[in-house]
Design a protein around this ligand. Structure first.
Ligand code: TEU
Length: 541
């Protein structure tokens, strides 16, 4: 396994519209990020991932792009972008952008031309099909709508959209379109960014067989279709191989064997991936399933490909709420989840606010929510006659807005995020949970993350160490080793509200490196308190 900077990095994800507002319009922006770069550097971050800020009508918060070469006005302008990149580099950090090339906005000039007539030169830049028996070509759903087909009355054909109606999919079979995308990628790489997070990149190739799906709700038919690897290997040849970049693919619906096809270093496609066997398939914490997933991905990628480790992002509820304890044990639980993500094999990602233990949110009505996925689902279910209150309740835990409330900087109005009216309500717990309080508390979650990141920089075993789960069948304790050259670390995690016992058989000679409790061990060291996490170095006899 060869060493790479992106394997050793810790990545911080900034959902800029909720991060810091520099001009009082209620939205975060690029200059707002510049104001906080010293905070991010202080945490120890190596790479910043910026969610999309290209020009967009903003139906899906920037994931519906209408011009790949212009900065969305809410976010700022190209001068602000250039200054941000410069200031990130001045601090010795790198930056990756979000590459969204499975679809554009329906307001993109390419689509406006394509839909204008059947013989427009750009008709084939998108995917158009004739009706079948006067209806959609088949029963396929999209992520955000009951159908992935939308009728364009002017030309009498349906266009294909994997997400919202306002997000028509690009036709990657068209070589002219592909070259246009590669040109755009070079534009941003030549401005000095160090790579891309690639939005649902395994959806680029579409299923040729348009027959109805047996279960249209299993939308995996949108992904991993024949041709996808040809496109990614061409992208690598045409663009990526010419730069020292990091690429991380958002790759849903794959097993380790399928995921390896995207990140096997010998295949020259992507460097690493986000798989979703946890975030999309584990609604709430399931320790045994989580252990199975970790071991299968470790064995599946071992020595060939590189994994990522994350438990939340802008699409998935804050981890301490969804997978931990955001009540009585919030502090210990947030630190345990951090210790786990940062000691498992793969590049760790920190989603803004995770480092201070920000939690999910529970607004009172659907009007308080912004997420198009949640609102479309709500209206679809209510239109079937279901009780609106029951539908609303059912969508709360996994609403993407759980992670999109404004960053909580201090206990002043709007948590110091904006001097204006925030585009989405601030989580009411901002008076207790905020950056200022965290920086003033030496035992805060922030400083625990900072220590984990420091340990990673000082100990290659955290990055390149072999992984072995020692208690695969234990529902509460997660105990594993990482080994590299002559160094072995033992990680002992009690993921639960009850104390547990671990006897350290075979690990008598050990040194505690980090714990999320003040361990004076006046009690028996073999007792792990609720949500206790410990990292040991195992000493040679
Ligand atoms: O997300 C893909 C998507 O639909 C995720 O919400 C999904 O649940 C999981 O994370 C992948 O299976 C990407 C972006 O992250 C999301 O914000 C966009 O809305 C979407 O693509 C469309 O661009």
């Amino acid at each position: 396994m060869n060493k790479k900077w992106w394997k050793e990095a810790v990545v911080y994800q900034i959902y800029w519209r909720s991060f810091n507002d520099s001009n009082g319009d209620g939205y975060g922006d690029l200059r707002g990020i510049i104001e906080k770069l010293d905070y991010i550097k202080n945490l120890g971050i190596d790479v910043i991932w910026l969610n999309p800020f290209y020009q967009s009508p903003d139906r899906d918060n920037g994931y519906d792009i209408s011009n790949y070469y212009v900065i969305m006005e809410k976010a700022g302008d190209m001068e602000a972008f250039d200054e941000l990149i410069h200031e990130i580099h001045q601090r010795g950090m790198k930056v990756i952008m979000d590459l969204v090339v499975n679809h554009t906005s329906d307001r993109h000039p390419w689509f406006l031309e394509s839909r204008s007539s059947k013989n427009n030169p750009k008709r084939d830049w998108y995917i158009w099909k004739d009706p079948k028996d006067g209806r959609e070509p088949n029963n396929w759903r999209s992520y955000f709508a009951p159908a992935c087909w939308e009728l364009d009355k002017a030309t009498g054909q349906f266009y294909y959209h994997s997400f919202a109606v306002e997000q028509p999919d690009l036709n990657w079979e068209n070589p002219e379109l592909r070259q246009e995308i590669y040109k755009m990628m070079r534009f941003w790489l030549d401005k000095g960014i160090e790579g891309f997070r690639m939005d649902v990149i395994n959806l680029l190739a579409k299923r040729e067989d348009l027959s109805d799906a047996e279960d249209p709700y299993d939308i995996s038919y949108l992904a991993n279709n024949p041709g996808i690897h040809d496109y990614l290997q061409e992208m690598h040849r045409e663009v990526l191989q010419h730069y020292d970049v990091m690429t991380v693919g958002e790759i849903p619906f794959v097993s380790p064997e399928e995921g390896l096809l995207y990140v096997d270093e010998s295949r020259n496609e992507l460097n690493t991936l986000f798989h979703f066997q946890v975030a999309d398939e584990m609604p709430v914490w399931d320790m045994l399933r989580f252990k199975e997933i970790q071991t299968s991905w470790y064995n599946g990628l071992k020595q060939k490909g590189w994994n990522s480790q994350f438990l939340n992002n802008h699409d998935h509820t804050r981890q301490v709420t969804r997978y931990g304890n955001d009540g009585q044990y919030r502090d210990q639980s947030a630190k345990l989840l951090a210790a786990m993500i940062h000691t498992l094999p793969g590049t760790p990602y920190i989603y803004q606010g995770e480092e201070i233990g920000m939690t999910g949110v529970r607004f009172d009505s659907i009007e308080d929510y912004n997420d198009i996925a949640m609102k479309n689902k709500y209206h679809e279910e209510v239109s079937k006659g279901r009780d609106p209150k029951e539908v609303f309740e059912s969508l709360l835990l996994l609403s993407r807005d759980n992670s999109r409330t404004p960053m909580q900087w201090n206990d002043s109005i709007n948590a110091g995020f904006t001097a204006g009216d925030p585009w989405i309500k601030v989580n009411p717990n901002f008076r207790e949970i905020n950056v200022e309080a965290a920086l003033n508390d030496p035992d805060s979650i922030f400083y625990f993350y900072k220590k984990l990141i420091e340990l990673r920089k000082q100990n290659e075993v955290m990055v390149y160490g072999d992984y072995k789960d020692l208690l695969p069948d234990d529902e509460h304790l997660y105990v594993y080793t990482r080994s590299y050259n002559d160094v072995t670390w033992l990680i002992v995690l009690n993921h639960g509200d009850e104390q547990q016992t671990f006897t350290f058989d075979g690990f008598a000679n050990r040194e505690l490196i980090l714990s999320n409790y003040q361990n004076d061990f006046d009690t028996n060291e073999e007792i792990l308190l609720p949500h206790e996490a410990r990292i040991y170095e195992i000493l040679r006899n």
